[in-house]
Design a protein around this ligand. Structure first.
Ligand SMILES: *[C@@H]1O[C@H](CO)[C@@H](O)[C@H](O)[C@H]1NC(C)=O
Ligand SMILES: *[C@@H]1O[C@H](CO)[C@@H](O)[C@H](O)[C@H]1NC(C)=O
Ligand SMILES: *[C@@H]1O[C@H](CO)[C@@H](O)[C@H](O)[C@H]1NC(C)=O
Ligand SMILES: *[C@@H]1O[C@H](CO)[C@@H](O)[C@H](O)[C@H]1NC(C)=O
Ligand SMILES: *[C@@H]1O[C@H](CO)[C@@H](O)[C@H](O)[C@H]1NC(C)=O
Ligand SMILES: *[C@@H]1O[C@H](CO)[C@@H](O)[C@H](O)[C@H]1NC(C)=O
Ligand SMILES: *[C@@H]1O[C@H](CO)[C@@H](O)[C@H](O)[C@H]1NC(C)=O
Ligand SMILES: *[C@@H]1O[C@H](CO)[C@@H](O)[C@H](O)[C@H]1NC(C)=O
Ligand SMILES: *[C@@H]1O[C@H](CO)[C@@H](O)[C@H](O)[C@H]1NC(C)=O
Ligand SMILES: *[C@@H]1O[C@H](CO)[C@@H](O)[C@H](O)[C@H]1NC(C)=O
Ligand SMILES: *[C@@H]1O[C@H](CO)[C@@H](O)[C@H](O)[C@H]1NC(C)=O
Ligand SMILES: *[C@@H]1O[C@H](CO)[C@@H](O)[C@H](O)[C@H]1NC(C)=O
Length: 694
């Protein structure tokens, strides 16, 4: 069993290695493509593009300066220059493997099984460039060997013909050519069009089994790749649990009476406060480092106090914030603290418990109000940095405009380096919020106005982000809306996701507010890839709050494979969104019915004939090392299982793999168990993410 898991784990590492990172539409600067305010005049690109009109003009000047006399060659070179505007430019320029002056030009050999649009028309674009340009002088040629990092002829004239730079077509295409296959694109002279390969057909339903009764906010896999995972509750306890094998009929191996670590003394617990997140260092199995994100109350924990998010840098005066009930501004804090599993076992991976004493304080942020403080933390799978999700601080409508203020860390996704800890003096000098350093390529390296911690901005209350385990560049975050709209965003470097100028795609606050210009013309928002209006869902409890999930990568339910699964806390509804064409960011979503497996190890039902009520409030989704997906709710821990265990038909399911089909039909809603919902958690669910508390 263990051997199989380790083998699978190695396989998945291998896959990641062979297909490093791929592609959502992404620009060469790793930013998201946008729809420009004014259409491009020079480059023939429209819709979502990677150039604004300045860049377009710059390309036009560069092109004119090349002084290409021949029309056919000029047109080819223009198309090549303009490829940088293509929404897939990151992929065309293979940015993962270093800078290039020219995109990968489609070569003569095209993968026969390519399902991509460019297949027929791209034969040998590279050699046709050679054919039309070989004898033509190009000033400051982009095809100079030095620019491609390859040895060519040792010429360095400002004006050159291809024949002066390269020996032959094959020499030229060795350097600039390449092919398109399932995972990479090449440039054929035209904007990339990715066709729909198939219209996604939604799964019939999602079959769940209940494997635990506890109400947890977080589940995070053990980084050693084993069948173990950590669970945490809002009060501040973390447990190490064994995840049972699919079809084993077993429940979660979790002993509530012996937590891995108990941080309840440090954590301030109230309806909307508590332990919000946890993360285990990618190298946890060897270094024992883990991190908790929680709230504290400085009037109760003396060590908790940090700088207030409302300060003069962001145009906010704490004395003018007023008080909410009894709380003072910045009485409550959002904290990320580091702990160690060292010392309780011969090596950290064997540790079954850890001391609750903080090793290092990573972040301490005084909160201006009481709501919208996100709090999820997770390590980026390809960069190893710690991402920290922070809401706008929680006053209705974000009156101080924190989410758009580039100097505020509220309403942001932050990206921190916790492997290189500066000295205490440096921390003070740099004005950091704790013990971390700033990754060199954070967006502030290009936009000096940005606070250096910021990776992306314009969030209200990001509640649950995940990286696609097959495509580490795909970073999806759900952001809880206020009055009208719940959204899912595809997060890119420096991206502005609109709040509070926009709520989802809807203009929210088109006026000036303290701390920044909230005119819609003042920002370049990236609109959600998915979302729903409050009016479009069943809001029995008068509210809505999205809970972001995962792109389902298990084959347990082959009909779900590749779809993004997410839910709503209050509506107790779930959706599956299929993306088509591949890597396009074009999702089609379907509300997905769900049922409980007839052979669920624990009875799912708490309320007769009401599957929705039985599931409880959807707090979070999670993914284990087998890529199976879990739903953490107020009524327990659920896992997605084979559709046939609920009588859902999925033609892709391998039914021969079944030992014997179960006898009785699915049953979400048979008999009454005592409801598992503790009062506190119930209230939390009602209040957790709603921002009208001041
Ligand atoms: C551009 O090319 C033309 C001939 O094709 C030549 O007369 C002119 O001098 C060139 N301009 C520059 C700046 O080299
Ligand atoms: C291409 O598709 C054919 C059948 O359509 C298959 O036999 C062949 O193995 C595929 N080749 C590759 C390289 O995937
Ligand atoms: C993709 O779509 C374009 C335009 O609709 C069409 O001309 C082309 O044949 C399609 N390619 C494939 C591979 O389906
Ligand atoms: C380029 O020059 C070579 C030799 O001077 C000649 O053979 C060839 O036909 C020319 N090609 C074009 C496209 O003018
Ligand atoms: C080659 O040309 C480039 C661009 O014109 C220039 O920056 C560089 O210094 C030149 N190198 C040599 C060795 O002349
Ligand atoms: C492109 O094709 C040429 C022959 O036409 C070949 O010599 C070259 O190696 C190919 N380049 C790549 C990157 O496939
Ligand atoms: C988005 O997906 C839908 C459903 O598959 C499809 O009808 C539509 O054409 C796609 N849009 C784009 C721009 O590809
Ligand atoms: C924990 O132990 C590992 C080696 O087992 C060591 O590398 C690491 O520095 C230790 N961490 C702490 C905080 O002591
Ligand atoms: C850095 O961590 C140490 C140890 O926890 C702590 O004493 C110190 O206050 C932290 N620095 C900041 C700025 O939080
Ligand atoms: C806000 O930005 C817009 C667009 O950049 C500009 O037209 C407007 O004058 C700005 N308003 C203020 C008050 O700065
Ligand atoms: C289905 O499962 C059986 C038993 O595990 C296995 O032998 C068979 O190869 C599987 N078929 C497919 C198409 O995966
Ligand atoms: C489940 O499937 C079995 C066998 O196909 C059938 O007899 C039964 O009625 C189904 N139950 C439901 C609830 O559809």
């Amino acid at each position: 069993m263990g051997g199989v898991l380790i083998f699978l784990f190695l396989c998945s590492l291998l896959l990641l290695f062979i297909y490093p990172s791929s592609s959502l539409p992404l620009c060469t600067d790793k930013r998201a493509p946008l729809i420009p305010k004014t259409p491009l005049g020079f480059c023939p690109y429209n819709g979502r593009v990677c150039c604004n009109s300045n860049k377009d003009l710059q390309l036009q000047k560069q092109y004119e300066a090349m002084n290409i006399s021949d029309l056919a060659c000029a047109s080819a070179v223009k198309s090549i220059l303009c490829a940088t505007c293509d929404q897939f430019s990151a992929e065309l320029f293979r940015i993962e493997s270093g800078p290039r002056s020219v995109p990968v030009l489609c070569n003569s050999t095209i993968s026969p099984n390519s399902s991509l649009a460019s297949k027929e028309t791209t034969n040998s674009f590279c050699s046709s460039v050679w054919d039309v340009c070989q004898n033509i002088s190009i000033l400051n040629s982009p095809f100079a060997p030095s620019l491609q990092g390859r040895a060519g002829m040792p010429q360095n004239s400002t004006s050159s013909k291809l024949t002066e730079l390269w020996q032959s077509t094959s020499d030229f295409c060795d350097a600039f050519g390449g092919v398109t296959d399932e995972d990479t694109l090449c440039f054929s002279g035209k904007p990339i069009v990715r066709n729909n390969t198939e219209t996604p057909s939604p799964p019939k339903g999602l079959c769940l089994e209940k494997i635990g009764n506890g109400a947890y906010l977080n589940m995070v896999v053990h980084p050693d790749g084993s069948n173990r995972a950590f669970f945490s509750n809002q009060a501040g306890k973390i447990w190490l649990a064994t995840v049972p094998e699919q079809d084993s009929g077993e429940t979660l191996g979790l002993d509530e009476s012996s937590p891995f670590v108990d941080l309840t003394d440090e954590v301030y617990l109230d309806t909307i406060f508590g332990m919000m997140g946890m993360a285990f260092h990618p190298n946890f199995a060897r270094n024992g480092r883990f991190f908790a994100s929680f709230n504290c109350d400085k009037s109760k924990s003396p060590g908790c106090s940090g700088r207030c998010a409302c300060n003069s840098d962001v145009g906010c005066d704490p004395s003018k914030l007023g008080t909410s009930n009894t709380a003072q501004p910045c009485q409550y804090h959002a904290v990320v603290a580091e702990f160690t599993a060292n010392g309780s076992a011969s090596e950290p991976s064997m540790a079954k418990m850890a001391k609750p004493s903080e090793v290092r304080r990573i972040f301490t942020l005084g909160l201006p109000f009481t709501a919208n403080h996100g709090g999820q933390i997770l390590f980026g799978p390809s960069d190893g940095y710690l991402y920290f999700m922070m809401g706008d601080g929680g006053s209705k409508g974000d009156p101080y405009n924190f989410a758009q203020n580039k100097k505020s860390v509220l309403g942001k996704i932050m990206r921190l380096d916790v492997d290189n800890i500066p000295s205490a003096a440096e921390i003070v000098n740099l004005g950091l919020w704790g013990n971390y350093s700033i990754p060199q390529d954070n967006p502030s390296s290009e936009d000096k106005e940005l606070q250096p911690e910021i990776w992306a901005l314009g969030f209200r209350n990001p509640w649950r982000c995940s990286f696609d385990s097959e495509r580490p560049s795909y970073f999806l975050c759900a952001d809880i809306g206020q009055d009208q709209y719940e959204e899912v965003d595809l997060i890119t470097k420096g991206g502005n996701y609109g709040w509070s100028v926009y709520e989802g795609p809807i203009v929210f606050k088109p006026e000036q507010a303290p701390g920044g210009n909230t005119s819609t013309d003042a920002i370049d928002p990236i609109f959600p890839v998915l979302g729903y209006k409050h009016s479009d869902i069943n809001r029995k409890e008068g509210s809505a709050a999205i809970s972001g999930g995962y792109i389902y990568r298990s084959m347990t339910d082959p009909c779900m494979h590749g779809s993004y699964l997410y839910g709503d806390l209050y509506a107790k509804a779930m959706w599956a969104a299929a993306e088509s064409p591949k890597d396009s960011g074009n999702f089609t979503t379907t509300k997905i019915p769900f049922g409980c497996a007839h052979d669920s190890p624990t009875n799912c039902s708490t309320v007769p004939n009401s599957p929705l009520a039985a599931l409880g409030y959807i707090f979070s989704f999670a993914e284990d090392n087998m890529k199976d997906v879990f739903i953490l709710t107020s009524s327990g821990v659920y896992r997605v299982v084979r559709p046939s265990r609920c009588n859902y038909t999925c033609s892709k399911e391998n039914l021969t793999a079944l030992a014997s089909p179960g006898p009785s039909p699915s049953s979400f809603g048979h008999h009454l168990d005592a409801p598992q919902i503790e009062l506190l958690l119930f209230l939390s669910a009602l209040l957790l993410f709603v921002g009208f508390l001041l």
